[in-house]
Design a protein around this ligand. Structure first.
Ligand SMILES: NC(=O)C1=CN([C@@H]2O[C@H](COP(=O)(O)OP(=O)(O)OC[C@H]3O[C@@H](n4cnc5c(N)ncnc54)[C@H](O)[C@@H]3O)[C@@H](O)[C@H]2O)C=CC1
Ligand SMILES: O=C(O)CCC(=O)N[C@@H](CCC(=O)O)C(=O)O
Length: 483
């Protein structure tokens, strides 16, 4: 009997889905054999096939949203926005492919020309996270297929049902089954896929811990493309503003959207001392009112559960560790439903903590740091090895210029939350947040490589200097010219 992977609904604990763990050695050769034929199709064929996929996603949108909500625990309204992003990805990727990887002809002297065109890598592996089980892997899969690659996709072991439905939707739209393969399994299957000799690259979204392991695994493989999108320890800085209420809403949205399970969620609120008490009161007041409930509940919740009990245990434990190391509790993180991973938002002032851990606490947990000067705020914002998103709330155009110039992150916002990044812009981070291969609009860059060609319709050759002519027996030097 082959080993099975089971998935459970976080909100209820009920089993949702099960399937045998895949054999990577069977799946990779199928995708590898399939890519040349797919790549040889006209680009319009591939883009039209993917547009049919977008239509299939829209047609099955409610079913997909329901499954996402069940398998991740995120509220149904939020799962619907994920479905929308999945469908929108196709047109955005078609535009991105044309803009980021256009064919170019550079005319030279005497009828010579240089051409720049792009080729797919071949068979690419995609490893997905659980927090956006459709949208984020889709953000690799669509541009990869569009560029002519085949894809072997392993969804997170926590959200395999959504991964399987996504792959079915591609197939039902006409993407050949051999060109997109689903691989079911956990970290060991991920490792086997990443280490398979026949993949031409790996597109990863997930934690820094896994990303670092993959980076080591690929250390002596410069021949394989590796795109890493990892976590963050993101700062939100609140500075001079009279509109504390709106600032508080932006903080809550940044910290607690998706129950804090977005790589772009704000983990650290850095606030001017003079504003701190007023702002914290408003943030706590809003956090008290956030509905934490089942994804399908009415009235609709702001937050569902986190992904599982292990994650919830880890977060409540982290809250206790911050408390016992000098953090001052502003709002306790609690477990309102015994035995299930629902969490209420936790807020803790860590200003007095001597050594703050620089780790991504992937849940509804916000740390507050009070500072006296804007320079100290920027230093605090940069006091992390990650660098995904950062936001300034309030201030002035001049302060924003200073913040933008000095904050180290791939997403830097002003008077907007740290999350909710646009798919029409590049998306990625620096430091432990990524490896300078931003995704979203720039995913086109890592899905194809440029080929430069010098071309002429007729043969052209020249010998520069140093050719000895022997026909008349007298040495002669031809300095330059076409023969
Ligand atoms: N920067 C970005 O775009 C995003 C980053 N994330 C990050 O993802 C994390 C949450 O997702 P998780 O599913 O917990 O991430 P994870 O790193 O645990 O898993 C991601 C994928 O890698 C696989 N995997 C795990 N260990 C592996 C190994 N040693 N070798 C190969 N594959 C392995 C898993 O099975 C899964 O498919 C957070 O840290 C979050 O910040 C999530 C979304 C977006
Ligand atoms: O990938 C895109 O198309 C845009 C980037 C995006 O969706 N970012 C999300 C966070 C993704 C995550 O946490 O997993 C956002 O900024 O909210």
């Amino acid at each position: 009997m082959s080993e099975e992977l089971l998935s459970y609904e976080p909100a209820s604990g009920e089993e949702l889905w099960r399937a045998p763990v895949s054999n990577v050695d069977q799946e990779v050769p199928i995708a590898r054999a399939a890519w040349p034929e797919w790549a040889a199709k006209p680009l319009t064929f591939r883009s039209e096939t993917l547009r049919r996929f977008a239509d299939r996603v829209k047609a099955e949108g409610e079913k997909l949203a329901d499954l996402i909500a069940r398998e991740t625990g995120k509220p149904l309204w939020e799962a619907r926005t994920e479905v929308e992003s999945v469908a929108n990805k196709v047109d955005i990727s078609v535009t991105a492919y044309a803009e980021r990887t256009p064919n170019r002809r550079i005319e030279g002297a005497m009828g010579l020309r240089n051409a720049v065109r792009h080729k797919p890598h071949g068979a690419l592996a995609v490893l997905g996270p659980y927090n956006f089980p459709a949208h984020l892997p889709n953000g690799h899969i669509v541009p990869a297929l569009l560029a002519g690659n085949s894809v072997i996709f392993k969804p997170s072991e926590k959200t395999p049902a959504v991964g399987a439905m996504l792959v079915d939707l591609f197939h039902s739209a006409g993407v050949p089954k051999e060109v997109l393969r689903l691989v079911v399994g956990g970290p060991d299957t991920g490792k086997a896929l990443a280490g398979h000799p026949d993949i031409d690259g790996l597109l990863f979204t997930g934690s820094a811990r896994t990303g670092l392991a993959l980076n080591r695994q690929f250390a002596n493989r410069p021949d394989k493309i590796l795109a890493l999108e990892m976590g963050g320890n993101n700062p939100i800085v609140v500075w001079d503003t009279a509109d504390i209420r709106t600032a508080a809403i932006l903080v809550v949205q940044s910290a607690f959207l998706s129950a804090g399970q977005r790589c772009t969620n704000a983990r650290r609120l850095i606030v001017k001392e003079a504003l701190a008490d007023g702002l914290i009161e408003q943030v706590r007041d809003l956090a008290n009112r956030l509905i934490v409930d089942h994804p399908h509940a009415e009235p609709a919740p702001y937050m569902g559960p986190v992904i599982d009990n292990d994650a919830a245990d880890g977060l409540t434990e982290s809250f206790l560790i911050l408390m016992s190391n000098g953090g001052q509790v502003i709002r306790h993180m609690t477990r309102p439903v015994p035995g299930r991973p629902f969490l209420t938002p936790g807020i803790i002032d860590v200003t007095a903590m001597p050594e703050r851990p620089d780790i991504e606490l992937f849940g509804p947990l916000l740390q507050v740091i009070r500072v006296e000067s804007f320079e100290a705020a920027i230093a605090e914002a940069n006091n992390t090895s990650f660098g995904l998103s950062a936001a300034l709330i309030g201030g002035s155009p001049k302060l924003y210029d200073q913040f933008w110039a000095n904050a180290r992150a791939g997403v830097i916002n002003w008077n907007r939350p740290t999350n909710g990044a646009s798919s029409a812009a590049p998306f990625g981070g620096i430091g432990l947040s990524g490896n300078y291969r931003p995704s979203a609009f720039y995913a086109a860059d890592y899905c194809a490589y440029p080929v430069a060609s010098s071309e002429s319709d007729s043969m052209r050759a020249s010998i520069g200097v140093g050719l000895r002519e022997t026909d008349d027996g007298k040495p002669k030097l031809i300095r330059k010219g076409f023969l």
